[in-house]
Design a protein around this ligand. Structure first.
Ligand SMILES: [Zn+2]
Length: 117
């Protein structure tokens, strides 16, 4: 379960009280941008394994949107920011973790490899 501390109302919220808004830091194209650029903006996401910047909304609380830096493998949240204080740089390019196996791999007994809730 994901539990986040809202940077606006300063309350801890569980994921049932929050709304996931998708990948953060995607620049909106200009009105005259070609359709291919708009298609990328609307539909293409990185879906990384590892470090990821995301938008979340404090739906059951103050209703504000905020940013988090979360590892998509371990669900560790390393940073939470207000929208007016965005991340200085995108997540690291190397988004894999050396000490975690392929979380989707299944061994001969049917157990997930590298799975850590
Ligand atoms: Zn809040």
């Amino acid at each position: 379960m994901i539990v986040l501390q809202c940077p606006y109302c300063d309350e801890q919220r569980t994921e049932e009280e929050l709304t996931y808004g998708g990948e953060a830091g995607i620049a909106r194209p200009g009105l005259s941008a070609p359709d291919t650029e708009w298609t990328d903006y609307l539909f293409m996401r990185t879906n990384p394994k590892g470090a990821h910047h995301e938008l979340w909304c404090c739906t059951a609380g103050c209703g504000q949107w905020f940013l988090i830096a979360r590892n998509t493998v371990t669900h560790e949240v390393s940073e939470i920011r207000r929208l007016d204080r965005p991340f200085d740089k995108p997540p690291p390019e190397d988004r894999t973790l050396a000490n975690v196996g392929d979380p989707g791999a299944v061994d001969a007994a049917g157990a997930l490899q590298g799975y850590r809730p």
